[in-house]
Design a protein around this ligand. Sequence first.
Ligand SMILES: C[S@@+](CC[C@H](N)C(=O)[O-])C[C@H]1O[C@@H](n2cnc3c(N)ncnc32)[C@H](O)[C@@H]1O
Length: 344
Amino acid sequence: MKKQTLPTIFAADQSPHWTSQHDGIWSRRGADLDAVPTLSILTTLWDQPRWLEAYHLYDDQGSELFEEICELPEYYLTRTENSILEAQAKNIIAAAAVECIVELGAGYSKKTIHLLTEQLRQRGHCLFAPIDVSAAGLIASQAAVRRDFPQIEFHGIHARYDAGFAAVDKNLPTLFVFLGSTIGNFNQTDFPRFFRALAEAMGPNDYLLLGADRVKDKNILQPAYNDSRGITAAFILNVFQNINRLLGGNFAREKMRYHSWFNPEWQQIEMYAVAKENQTIRFPSAKAEFIWQRDERILVEISRKFEANRLQEQLSFIGLQPVAHYSDPQDWFSVLLLRKQAHR
Ligand SMILES: C[S@@+](CC[C@H](N)C(=O)[O-])C[C@H]1O[C@@H](n2cnc3c(N)ncnc32)[C@H](O)[C@@H]1O
């Protein structure tokens, strides 16, 4: 096998673990990104109430549908966060003196362009390492970066967040970027677990830039997750195509409908698939089946909404200190710059 030299973004001890199948895109040697999902799907579908982990949404079709959602008039999140990044990239990069930008759950990295442009302008060089479970997003973002910013050193990491960020060299001053309010998809167990692991993986000169959608009127929130063209419904229900593909299941699109609402107590949008009729869901390869009762809901995704001060305090308990808080004129969305606390 041809020897591959691991780029400098990886810690020295990571060399045996990563390999590049597609030029410039790295994945963990022997990691089967589909094996763990099978276990996750079976356990959460057999839970009460039934639910799914959000990353199953992002097969190639799901990633494309999410890009369409980002363009919808009702989905204010992307354009609001983009406007904040466009206006503040200069200040963000000036405050975070780093050599590398690592983006978690990068998707197509369209908004990150503002940060990359500023990093090049202010420092003259830029290492960029997007991490994503979706290969489609990484390949598209690599093509865009190579076309528009040939000076940028691009290293895509095809992995789940935790495997990706734990592999980054702690001695390389890095800005970790986590946009799109993707943190809203984490439940109350996953949220602290994720940030503790990230803070642990960060080096002493590292920063985190975090996009978080704010609590607001339900008349603005709800249409963003139930658009008039039905793209969000298609995105959410597409997860069952992915499950059928992964597990050989028999979920049928015509036997389910989409339902979403804003739960004010939990301050979260909840997105469900609802059975239109009693049906037996079978996974022959796992020798497993269950009866999905008419009107029974499967929770496919949540999108939690945040109060900026409370979120900053929570993160400071985990060892991530606030540096700056950027927002839009309507205070709809927050972009937080945080720094790893020096001594803990
Ligand atoms: C809500 S989208 C956000 C995309 C982009 N950052 C944005 O702001 O538009 C979430 C992204 O995270 C990726 N993702 C979801 N779960 C992941 C996981 N556990 N590890 C790595 N990537 C994940 C998805 O493939 C998708 O590209």
